[in-house]
Design a protein around this ligand. Sequence first.
Ligand code: GDP
Ligand code: IMO
Ligand code: MG
Length: 424
Amino acid sequence: MSVKIVVGAQWGDEGKGKIIDLLSARANVVARYQGGANAGHTVVVGGKKYVLHLIPSGILNDNTVCVIGNGVVVDPIALLEEVSVLEGLGVQVRDRLFVSHRAHLIMPYHKLLDQVKETQAAEKKIGTTGRGIGPAYVDKANRMGIRMVDLLDRKAFAEKLRSNIVEKNELLAKLYDQDALAPEPIVAEYLGLADKLDAFAKDVSTYLFEAIRSGKNVLLEGAQGTLLDIDFGTYPFVTSSNPTSGGACSGVGVGPTCVDEVLGVIKAYTTRVGMGPFPTEMGDSEDVNLRALGDEFGATTGRARRCGWFDAVIANFAVRVNGLSSFALTKLDVLDTLTEIKVCVAYSHKSDTRTNFPSEEQILLECAPVYQTFQGWQQPTGDIRSYEDLPTRAREYIAAIEDLTETQVSIVSVGSGREQTIIR
Ligand code: GDP
Ligand code: IMO
Ligand code: MG
């Protein structure tokens, strides 16, 4: 029996989907604990590409049950669309996917508010995915959210929805100069969706408790990443949930004493989508090169990802705030052709050298990375399957990351394919 949390250690897109897919071969249950359809997890199996947004990346293993926890904000339209895309690709989803009764639902006004707020924010925009994530968590915290469990009583559900639309219309008109939403077509549409969602509703916390008690292997899947965490990320340029490991327990309803391990997924370099500080971001020419080498374009919005060197300051921060047991280091192969590879070992700020990730946005913006330069290995690694067979310089690079973070790299990924993985 084991319960393992898998968390992104940077700004998301670290390759969590690939690692979850790989580990789920030995997991009975995979449970997603936060975020929503803002995530984009690409998994490549047998040369076939699958992009998952809400559904846990364990779904591609036939024997794994996938659950969506209470901490996730679920867009019914996005969920049903994803189910149908997967079914179209031959993946059996029914009876293997369940959604917590306590999960909050994303409604059309959440998406609209997210988008108009961003459009009108000018320089203050966050660069959100526009999927309604922030506004849905606002309603949750404001105790006016609509949950999966509300679907059980259709009449009460319709009343809550109507009353929320009336309130949101005020906001849309007065703050954002938008036309009012007509409540009845939305109520009718979502009552129709409710009939389709019934089959997925489950008491996820009880299900996981029993699974863990009976000795099953469980993976708790995080979306986004440590630096996008609402408490520990580069606030306000963050998402509206807790991707860090602490969010896993509250996001699925299991206690921390159940958890055996926390695996941090980290790229061999760094990327970020959207606005906000990024100390190791590269200059234009380098940036374009790494983006092309790593195919760094968002799976959800198609946006070009900002690229930078590996940052050991944030890696250490991720070790601390998540209590990482080890790292899964991904996309090592993307660095194969480089002659030199840099690693940020500290930040220089005015006359200080800092190794502790600052909480102040302004200080972070003023921090300059202090780099250590490594010689590239300039050999392809994509076909290598054992650690000892990696080029010496690649092993030196990995050893340096381990030394700087005092944390072992237990998995090395050298390609997007499930098989392109070295487990130590
Ligand atoms: P996630 O959001 O953390 O699941 O990551 P994404 O799926 O958004 O982005 C990671 C991208 O890199 C995907 O397109 C993966 O197929 C791909 N990928 C994952 N691991 C590797 C790797 O080791 N090497 C290469 N070249 N690509 C990888
Ligand atoms: P995965 O799971 C990378 C970013 C957005 C924006 C900020 C807030 O694929 O790693 P939101 O829509 O959540 O309110 O946007 O967070 N963001 C991600 N960046 N990977 C993701 O997910 C992300 N999900 C949200 O770009 O900067
Ligand atoms: Mg992604």
